[in-house]
Ligand binder design. Structure first.
Ligand SMILES: *Cc1c(COP(=O)(O)O)cnc(C)c1O
Length: 348
């Protein structure tokens, strides 16, 4: 994209902000006596504040993800990154964001929390993206477009050529949430950062990396955007336990690949089995670790599964998802359990 000036999109109060300078930011170098941060001298290593910019984790992630460390922001889950898009760029009551619908609920919740208008553009009935409609929803006050690929809850990925067209034509930030990208055959957009200064790619430890409990999310973006996020985030937003965990976990890439392959194999088996059930009207194509299924009676089947101790996500009241349940791919035993339970629904 040409002539893109990130500074013209930043909220004036953030542009002018003098960020909090924490003790760990002000001293650079080697030391053995730390009396600068009112920490306790006891209970090492937990007595010390964590690295506010998570340099070790980012160095390792840079290798694994093929992105420079300076293009990585780490947050308390990718939900923190989503919220930062609003807090850095969107002036309450004035600016807006554009997003596809249905999609991940946090984009809209964060818009409401930040008092920013949320302009929804419906996906087509087959859940493909209408790029003309999306770009048509952009106004002079649109600061960002949220794309989710593969999309939650529909499961399908957006063609990268379409995403690039949006990046070229939008005139605002484009956030591509790739929470499920490890399950997709499509390449990640993070390798296109150099060509698109308005691109923010979100990723997370929560799905393929099997670590939702540790709360670690990533944003890949230009250095300018990463610096803005760093300016606004809580100084110690990623705690030392999470940073230690991430460093260890990033050594287990073979294990992560094994888990992902197991889930992909089970995904195919689960979809085939569900598609054969009379209770299931349709299974939607998926690039994620879940499948959206249209059923004869979403509320009834949901309640039936709950009685069996099986919890799925009822999407019956979500736009364009009438009759739909979203089922996460589990272990072979768990998948058998949900298949059996649904097949028993309606049989007396
Ligand atoms: C699960 C999910 C996330 C992950 O959020 P974390 O805060 O990193 O756990 C992000 N985006 C989408 C679309 C998701 O479904």
């Amino acid at each position: 994209m040409t002539d893109f000036d990130i500074n013209s999109l930043v909220r004036p109060c953030i542009q002018a902000l003098e960020p909090y300078s924490c003790a760990r930011n002000e001293f650079h170098g080697q030391a053995s006596v730390w009396l600068d941060a009112n920490e306790s001298p006891y209970n090492a290593p937990f007595n010390r504040y964590p690295d506010p910019l998570q340099a070790q984790v980012k160095a390792k992630l840079a290798q694994v993800k093929g992105v420079e460390a300076g293009n990585i922001f780490l947050g308390n889950g990718s939900d923190e990154c989503i919220d930062l898009v609003y807090r850095v760029f969107c002036e309450p009551k004035t600016d807006n964001v554009v997003a596809m619908s249905p999609s991940y609920g946090m984009y809209e919740v964060c818009a409401h929390i930040n008092d920013v208008a949320y302009r929804k553009v419906p996906l087509r009935p087959d859940f493909s993206l209408d790029v003309q409609a999306l770009l048509g929803a952009v106004t002079p006050h649109t600061k960002a477009i949220f794309l989710c690929s593969p999309n939650n809850p529909t499961g399908n990925a957006i063609d990268t050529l379409l995403i690039e067209r949006i990046l070229d034509q939008a005139g605002c930030l484009v956030v591509v949430d790739e929470a499920y990208a490890d399950f997709s055959s499509q390449p990640s957009m993070r390798h296109k950062l150099a060509r698109h200064p308005n691109l923010i790619v979100l990723s997370t430890f929560s799905k393929a990396w099997a670590s939702a409990g540790v709360r670690l999310g990533m944003a890949f973006a230009s250095r300018a955007i990463v610096e803005l996020f760093n300016k606004v985030k809580y100084p110690y937003n990623v705690n030392c336990l999470t940073q230690q965990y991430a460093l260890e976990h990033l050594k287990k890439l073979d294990q992560l690949a094994g888990w992902r392959n197991a889930i992909l194999a089970e995904r195919g088996r689960l979809i085939d089995a569900l598609a054969r059930l009379p209770q299931v009207l349709k299974t939607y194509p998926t690039d994620a670790n879940f499948v959206l299924v249209k059923t004869v009676d979403a509320d009834g089947i949901y309640a039936h599964l709950c009685r069996e101790g099986i919890v799925v996500r009822n999407r019956n009241r979500v736009e364009q998802c009438l009759g739909c349940l979203r089922i996460t791919v589990g272990t072979p035993q768990e998948n058998d359990a949900v298949i059996n339970a649904i097949s028993n629904y309606g049989n007396k």
